[in-house]
Design a protein around this ligand. Structure first.
Ligand code: MRU
Length: 347
């Protein structure tokens, strides 16, 4: 499967210069530029400004970033080290609220350090590096297995719709929603893939269309408001999306517009599948109502992609980055551990 996916890592660690390396996703698809990040503020900014984005990828970036910051801090006194680790963890975690993978990865890093609190700081640092690289390697492995599980629900020649980017650029590799698409490509399933442009930040047009097309897959771009039209024509056999947080009752937070796609899919009897690693499941959050939805600046809607503003100055703008898809609209939640259906029990 490797040869079909982008041959660059979305997120990586450069040991020689002790830095977090990311593809700057705000520059895609026109420029492939890599950023070398070492400072906590730069890492926070890169996550907030979506230079690295997608739930699993921000978890991996934050974990590597936390290690980079702590190993560059030069703190050798244990108590000071653990206090700073906690502060930096909280700071990076404040960059985006909705994707649980961010806090999941950062908590995992702190827990690893606390287990070794009787060891010298140098040993704790070595363990933190291993933990960050494990989080990345596990993500790649989980994505592959999600793809294998999702593929069991699809047939040759299917038309598949996806929203936003739950692809390689949102993970360590393969993506979640796209993993079965890559596997299907390798195994000659001849999928016809449709991707929503995903207003307002165009992750579908800029990122999903780019990565699937680069890999040679058959992909067609459509505006978000064309979903009902294409479904009504019978061209979509299944919807595959990623997600940022799965609540204990199976409600799902994902990119704004996902719930519209799910609602229309239900109208036309099209299966709607959510693909997510276990790290995205958050049983501590009871329902979708308990998920914090990130609100983003209005300029993203009114002017970001235009030469001139495309709305009156000072217009009020509603710009939530995510929405909640109610569990009854979801046919199955596909993880690396298997295929879950209502009533959800993720244990
Ligand atoms: O705001 P973004 O681009 O980080 O939103 C990303 C999504 O909504 C993805 O669908 C989700 O994180 C899953 S990525 C495997």
């Amino acid at each position: 499967m490797n040869k079909y996916t982008l041959d660059t890592d979305t997120v990586s660690y450069d040991e020689k210069i002790n830095a977090l390396i990311i593809i700057d996703q705000t520059r895609l698809p026109n420029n492939t530029e890599f950023l070398t990040l070492t400072g906590d503020k730069d890492i926070w900014d890169a996550i907030y400004h979506l230079k690295v984005r997608g739930a699993p990828a921000i978890g991996v970036a934050a974990a590597i970033g936390l290690y980079v910051v702590m190993s560059g801090a030069g703190v050798t006194e244990k108590e000071k080290f653990l206090k700073l680790l906690h502060e930096e963890k909280e700071y990076l975690n404040s960059s985006r609220p909705t994707a649980v993978n961010l806090s999941w990865a950062l908590n995992r890093m702190e827990e690893r350090a606390l287990k070794l609190k009787d060891m010298p700081v140098s040993d704790i640092l070595a363990a933190l590096k291993d933990e960050a690289l494990d989080i990345k390697a596990e993500d790649t492995d989980m994505c592959r297995r999600i793809g294998e599980n999702a593929l069991t629900l699809l047939k040759k020649g299917d038309g598949l719709l996806t929203h936003c980017n739950a692809g390689q650029l949102a993970t360590s590799k393969y993506g979640t929603a796209t993993s079965a698409m890559y596997l299907g490509y390798e195994r000659e399933y001849d999928f016809k893939i449709y991707c929503d442009e995903t207003r307002p930040l165009l992750q579908g047009a800029r990122l999903t269309a780019y990565e699937l097309k680069s890999a040679g897959l058959d992909v067609t771009l459509l505006c978000d408001n064309m979903v009902s039209s294409i479904m009504r024509q019978g061209k979509i056999n299944a919807v595959l999306v990623g997600c940022d947080r799965v609540a204990g009752n199976g409600d799902v937070a994902n990119k704004i517009g996902t719930s519209v796609v799910a609602t229309v899919a239900a109208r036309y009897g099209i299966p709607f599948y959510v693909c997510a690693p276990s790290s995205t499941i958050d049983p501590a959050t009871r329902t979708g109502d308990d998920i914090v939805i990130e609100q983003r600046p209005g300029e993203e809607v009114t002017r970001m992609w235009y030469e001139k503003p495309m709305a009156p100055e000072n217009i009020n703008v509603y710009n939530p980055a995510f929405d909640i898809t109610d569990n009854e609209l979801i046919s199955a939640i596909i993880t690396e551990r298997g295929i879950f259906r209502a009533p959800y029990d993720f244990k």
